[in-house]
Design a protein around this ligand. Structure first.
Ligand code: TYM
Length: 329
């Protein structure tokens, strides 16, 4: 059976980008495939979270992911640091990752530009740890958003390099997966770039109806089209991209037509977007607090997840170490 894996860094609440870019696809697959889902707490250490917040961050995303529909009865759900085999494979793969290619990674260059005060080695080797996450279970499909495409490409490179160097077929080459074929980038509300965790840019699954509506009504727009069929500037295109995700094709076509004949009123467009967004997230929103309060359940989920994940991880690591030449005396 095909192995499917996905993960998230616990660095804030879950937003629509996480949900529609990755999680939704994973949830659709969990019944038919052998699925692993994990919280990348080691990855989140690159930005030095306060130790008082670290556990709470993990708990938040875990509860939100369960509320969104991850089913621990069918998928293996675990915390990355509960599976030490991942860290061991990371060390081994680091020997096959070259300084030049790591320095050329877009996400690394981005971080260097934005946080020049904290360019640590964990950031540089971030794609290697991500490759270890994926290869430890020999996953074939990885449902992620467009922002992770390059990391997936690097994972394929490390897998191929390992197989070639040791003359084995231990690792398959995983591919990114989205049901709509194209990998999606969910835009933010501030006019440019992807939806992320920053203030004013994202809609979170923990946001209530009032907050969702307020955020969308404040999303950046302009004064409207001045000529029929004029090209859409980025902030408007972004509103339409969000509408495509949460509304019906008929509704999107209706507003497109209004844009093209210059009769559109952005207030109406945003009101529709707010109503349809809330319709999608309300059922998830309602479950979050209840799950978060149930520590016994969360412990059970993570303990049984870690057990299952370690079993699969140990089997892979055994083959990896044999191929490299580790032998017992
Ligand atoms: P992270 O934590 O930034 O995001 C988790 C998932 O959400 C997707 N995503 C988006 N998709 C579309 N539009 C957006 N605006 C958007 N924002 C986030 C991401 O593509 C991702 O799938 N490096 C990963 C975490 C990770 C991982 C892995 C993922 C570590 N190891 C192994 C898959 C497999 C990350 O930072 O995602």
């Amino acid at each position: 059976m095909e192995i499917v894996l996905s993960g998230i860094r616990p660095t804030g609440n879950l937003h629509l980008g996480n949900y529609f870019g990755a999680l939704q696809n994973f949830i659709k697959m969990q019944q038919e495939h052998c699925c692993y889902f994990f919280i990348a707490d080691l990855h989140s250490l690159t930005t030095h979270p306060k130790s008082a917040d670290f556990h709470e961050n993990v708990k938040n995303v875990l509860a939100e992911y369960l509320a969104a529909g991850l089913d621990p009865e069918v998928a293996t759900i675990y915390i990355q640091s509960d599976v030490p085999e991942v860290s061991e494979l990371y060390v081994l793969l680091n020997m096959l990752a070259y300084q030049g290619e790591l320095e050329r990674t877009t996400s690394f260059k981005d971080k260097v530009r934005k946080h020049s005060d904290n360019v640590n080695a964990g950031l540089l080797t971030y794609p290697v740890l991500m490759a270890a996450d994926i290869l430890i279970h020999r996953a074939a499909k990885v449902p992620v958003g467009k922002d992770q495409e390059q990391h997936l490409e690097m994972t394929r490179t490390f897998a191929r390099r390992f197989n070639n160097l040791y003359g084995v077929e231990v690792f398959p080459e995983p591919t990114a997966f989205n049901f709509g074929n194209e990998l999606v980038k969910i835009p933010g509300l501030d006019g440019s770039g992807k939806m992320g965790k920053s203030e004013g840019n994202g809609i979170f699954l923990v946001d209530d109806e009032k907050t969702v509506t307020k955020k969308i009504m404040h999303a950046l727009t302009d004064s409207g089209p001045t000529a029929p069929n004029s090209p859409m500037p980025e902030p408007i295109r972004n509103i339409f991209t969000l509408l495509e995700v949460v509304s019906t094709p008929g509704m999107v076509a209706y507003f497109r037509e209004k844009y093209n004949d210059c009769s559109i009123r952005y207030g109406d467009l945003k009101k529709q977007l707010a109503a349809d967004t809330w319709k999608k997230i309300a059922p998830i929103h309602e479950r979050i607090a209840e799950i978060k309060a149930n520590n016994v359940y969360l412990r059970k989920v993570t303990q049984s997840g870690a057990l299952k994940a370690r079993e699969s991880a140990q089997a892979t690591l055994k083959e990896v170490k044999k191929a490299i030449g580790f032998r017992a005396f």
